[in-house]
Design a protein around this ligand. Structure first.
Ligand SMILES: Cc1cc2nc3c(=O)[nH]c(=O)nc-3n(C[C@H](O)[C@H](O)[C@H](O)COP(=O)(O)OP(=O)(O)OC[C@H]3O[C@@H](n4cnc5c(N)ncnc54)[C@H](O)[C@@H]3O)c2cc1C
Length: 470
């Protein structure tokens, strides 16, 4: 159940393996966090907006004997992301190595050799991660680690923090903060996450950033079409209330609209702790990534001085992460991100207008149940320099809305954090150890969060099911 990207990917792989597949999705449209709000000619992607690792999606279509470009057209976004600080400094990323080297030199003279070494180092980490760690259904920590030779283990930098890793290459605080801010998506702080996650900024630079034509939802629609063509039955507005089991074996699901639907195998794409607590009545509390407050603004005209992706960082970077992850409050310096997807695909807004998405990280619901949304909104608009009279369409989703709409445990936007004790074989497994025939897929299980990872997760869950069948 659940038609997020992980659920759709698992369904496609299971169909390809010959299983009849039905998906029960509680919402009226598929996509999960990667959803769509449409109003007065503005089309907003609700959650993910940065699409990287396009090869993962190409592989999904290829596995089904199809070509992705027949379903989804990817538009390049380059320059990709711009970082801005209150002191006026900015730093613009690009997959064009010459442009990126020049930008590093502008921000921090003499830093280009560091960038070249960073690329070499992170490319090796990336290769090791994807070839030997990320995509393995390996439960035994020792066997998982022993996939790597001693030299390879050393290369992962797993015992250093992401910030410590970046310090090896970049004396400039601006470059370190820009690359370190990617840690937010994985669990909060670059001061706590393992150094191997330098593959995140690397992956974006090496493989580029993309926008599907029609927005991120264009990708969801392409994958939904593929699933339906293959014969996956997708039932929307069909909430599952309980996973039914007998004598330690899953026998199906009970729907809100009534009745037990019998199936020999159940795959839950619902956030893992939500599945455990609400659908199985079990407790489970992994450390979660932060919540988010998201704004969707339909803006008359162009937003001046802003490209597709901009990340606004505070003056005191470390204090902001301490506020968010340790002091459990909305950071004083208010780091946030905006995406104006209509800069790359103008069809997402009425002619000449802009769709603006803003994402502000917040503590989890259990840490800060009430947010001062009006105050955060005012601060975001002031920093972007946008007059509110230009906003003609507006929606705001709090962590509580995210929880209610998609079942995100404690309002956590990205799912279980990627700290060392929650990656690889230490992460929630993609099968239940108590109930035979029950599997998990999506951000809460292996390999982890983000659109490419959950798409891989769908494949890994299907492989797990196949391995249990023999
Ligand atoms: C604001 C935000 C920004 C993000 N930005 C990025 C980004 O830029 N790039 C990136 O790669 N990733 C990003 N992510 C992460 C990415 O969106 C997720 O990792 C990914 O989409 C999660 O997919 P999933 O398969 O785990 O399923 P989910 O999207 O969590 O879907 C689960 C599905 O299960 C359904 N469901 C829940 N309960 C029930 C029930 N009881 N019965 C039936 N169905 C149920 C839900 O409605 C939902 O459709 C972002 C996430 C958020 C929230």
């Amino acid at each position: 159940m659940g038609a997020g990207l992980g659920g759709l990917s698992a369904a496609i792989h299971l169909r390809l393996a010959g299983h009849p597949v039905t998906i029960f999705e509680s919402n009226s449209q598929v996509g999960g966090r990667a959803n769509r709000i449409e109003q007065d000619g503005f089309r907003f992607d609700t959650g993910p907006s940065l699409l990287n690792y396009p090869w993962v999606f190409e592989d999904l279509f290829r596995a089904a004997g199809r070509t992705m470009s027949d379903y989804v057209q990817l538009l390049p976004v380059d320059p990709s992301v711009e970082f801005r600080w209150p002191d006026g400094q900015c730093f613009q990323l690009s997959s064009d190595m010459k442009a990126l080297l020049a930008e590093c030199e502008r921000v921090s003279p003499g830093s280009s050799p560091g960038l070249t070494s960073f690329f070499r180092d992170a490319a090796e980490k990336y290769r090791l991660s994807f070839d030997k760690l990320v995509t393995q259904n390996e439960d035994n920590p020792l066997r998982w680690i022993l996939n790597l030779s001693a030299r390879e283990m050393w290369s992962t930098g797993i015992w250093r923090s992401l910030d410590g890793e970046l310090k090896r290459f970049f004396p400039s605080r601006y470059i370190r903060e820009a690359f370190g801010s990617y840690g937010m998506y994985l669990g909060g702080s670059p001061f706590d996450l393992p150094g191997v996650f330098s593959i995140l900024p690397y992956g974006e630079l090496a493989f580029g950033l993309w926008l599907p034509k029609g927005g991120i939802y264009g990708l969801v629609q392409g994958i939904e079409r593929l699933a339906r063509e293959l014969g996956v039955d997708i039932l929307t507005s069909s909430r599952v209330l309980r996973i039914a089991s007998e004598q330690g074996r899953a026998i199906g699901v009970e729907l809100e609209m009534g009745g037990l639907q019998r199936f020999p195998i159940v795959v839950s794409n619902v956030d893992v702790p939500t599945t455990d607590r609400e659908l199985l009545g079990k407790s489970s509390s992994p450390k979660m990534t932060p919540g988010v407050l998201t704004f969707y603004w339909g803006v008359r005209g162009k937003v001046e001085n802003a490209g597709h992706h901009t990340i606004f960082l505070p003056n005191d970077f470390r204090a902001a992460f301490d506020d968010l992850c340790k002091n459990k409050r909305v950071p004083e310096g208010l780091p946030f991100y905006i995406s104006i997807a209509s800069e790359t695909d103008p069809d997402l807004a009425p002619p000449g207008d802009s769709t603006l998405f803003a994402l502000v990280p917040t503590p989890l619901l259990s840490e800060l149940p009430e947010l001062d949304v009006a105050d955060i909104r005012r601060r975001v608009l002031r920093r972007i320099g946008l007059d509110e009279s230009r906003i003609v369409v507006e929606h705001a989703w709090t962590p509580s809305d995210w929880r209610q709409q998609f079942g995100l445990f404690d309002g956590s936007a990205f799912g279980a954090a990627h700290i060392l004790r929650q990656v690889g074989p230490f992460r929630s497994r993609n099968y239940s150890r108590d109930i035979r025939g029950l599997y998990y897929t999506g951000a809460g299980t292996t390999p982890g969060t983000g659109m490419p990872m959950v798409t891989l997760s769908g494949r890994m869950t299907a492989e797990r099911i196949a391995s249990h069948a023999v």
